[in-house]
Design a protein around this ligand. Structure first.
Ligand code: ADP
Length: 403
């Protein structure tokens, strides 16, 4: 008998990431990515795990000027070489970036859901149309298969007004939807679940500050399992210093730059693509590279890491306001899980607030993805938990299509 599988799709403006989840084994059995779609350098790579009678197969092919539809055909063809999708596929889970105020959880996609996702497109003009394109292509290919949308914003819909409203005229909120929505919700929700499991507590009684530190980065205050504050805002630009994003900046800088010849588009590009670790270091957006450079005396790299860790510590301290019964500060994401240096430098700013890092445990966990890294006398636990957004999407998809 063929095991049931779920296809997980993350369709971006010029990329299509996918993974195949085997619901019987409870694990991913294939994944891949088509990137630079629409350009000369478009490329497709995939990896199918070994299956009875099939060896592990890896593919890497250039697909110049291929579009999303061609990339999807290639993805399905490559999966079909090992897994009989016609027999096994029971559902598709899509990552959708913006659900606005319309969605507070994942949902099976129908015509109304599509319309609502479309209505949220002005809030995420680069992402939601691409997510919808993925949904349309899969619907054409498998019209009878249930498809589920899992939103980056949904988890944060529990935030109270005091956390999500900006102090600007009310009509900008009521007429244009200008408020804080928050992102990385799927990751923060997964980490909340995994932390509760690790502490052997019910999720509804577990409170944590989750620091998701990847190329994008955000902190989330999670009280008794629910998001009650987060550092990203109406867009994923607010908050922490990120790979190429500035995070918080005085809004007064924007008209100032505009008055000095920077167009709105140029400002947008500068703050999203040329700032953050890259802007400060003038060298790289990659924490691993910057750590090595800083060790070798590169001033810009050292400054970038200093600003990154200081801003992060400030946000963690700010999130403490919302959580009187904190269980743990949890580091996750590529930097959070792997950079002992960032965890140490950030914690050094927080020691007097009750976060006492055990430097040996922190180092030993440098390359590990799980662990408790505080001293026995620390008021709060400090932990590393590996995030797994794809697994969360698979789990939501499975729950929704089986109920
Ligand atoms: P994305 O947001 O694209 O999913 P990731 O979560 O993969 O990103 O995180 C990427 C970041 O993690 C990069 O800055 C990378 O340098 C950093 N990183 C990965 N491994 C290490 C490591 N061993 N030490 C320091 N930083 C690391």
């Amino acid at each position: 008998m063929t095991n049931a599988t779920l296809l997980i799709v993350n369709c971006g403006s010029s990329s299509l990431k996918f993974a195949l989840f085997d619901t019987t084994k409870g694990e991913f059995v294939a994944d891949g990515i088509a990137q630079a779609l629409g350009s000369k350098s478009a490329n497709f790579s995939s990896n199918n795990a070994a299956l009875d009678g099939h060896a592990e197969t890896k593919q890497n092919v250039d697909i110049p000027h291929a579009d999303h539809a061609q990339a999807l055909s290639l993805c399905l063809k490559s999966l079909n070489e090992t897994f009989d999708l016609e027999q096994s596929l029971v559902g598709v889970g899509h990552r959708v970036v913006h659900g606005g105020e319309s969605f507070n959880s994942s949902i099976v996609i129908n015509a109304n859901v599509r319309k609502e996702i479309e209505k949220c497109s002005p809030l995420a003009p680069l992402h939601n149309p691409a997510n919808l394109l993925g949904i349309t292509l899969l619907e054409k290919r498998y019209p009878h298969l249930p498809q589920v949308a899992v939103f980056d914003t949904a988890y944060h819909q529990t935030m109270p007004q005091q956390a999500y409203r900006y102090a600007i005229p009310e009509k900008l909120y009521t007429e244009l939807g200008v408020r804080r929505y928050g992102f990385h919700g799927t990751s923060h929700r997964y980490v909340a679940m995994a932390t509760a499991n690790s502490l052997a507590k019910p999720q509804t009684e577990t409170s944590l500050i989750c620091a998701h530190l990847g190329n994008g980065a955000s902190v989330c205050a999670i009280a008794n399992g629910e998001s009650i504050d987060t550092s990203m805002g109406m867009t994923p630009l607010e908050g922490l210093v990120m790979g190429t994003r500035s995070g918080d900046i005085d809004p007064g800088v924007l008209p100032y730059l505009n008055n000095h010849g920077y167009s709105i588009d140029r400002i947008d590009k500068t703050l999203n693509k040329e700032s953050g670790l890259l802007g400060l270091s003038n060298e790289s957006n990659d924490m691993r590279t910057l750590t090595k450079l800083a060790e070798n005396g590169h001033e810009g790299a050292r400054l970038a890491i200093d600003v990154f860790c200081f801003r992060l510590a400030k946000y963690i301290a700010a999130m403490l306001v919302s959580i009187p019964n904190l269980d743990a500060l949890v580091f996750t994401g590529g930097i959070g899980e792997n950079s002992a240096h960032v965890r140490r430098q950030t914690s050094s700013h927080l020691k007097h607030l009750g976060f006492d890092l055990d430097t040996n445990a922190n180092l030993e966990n440098g390359d590990a993805t799980q662990g408790v890294i505080n001293t026995p006398s620390s008021r709060y636990k400090i932990m590393i938990i590996a995030t797994d957004e794809e697994r969360m999407i698979a789990q939501d998809t499975l729950n929704l299509i089986t109920n």
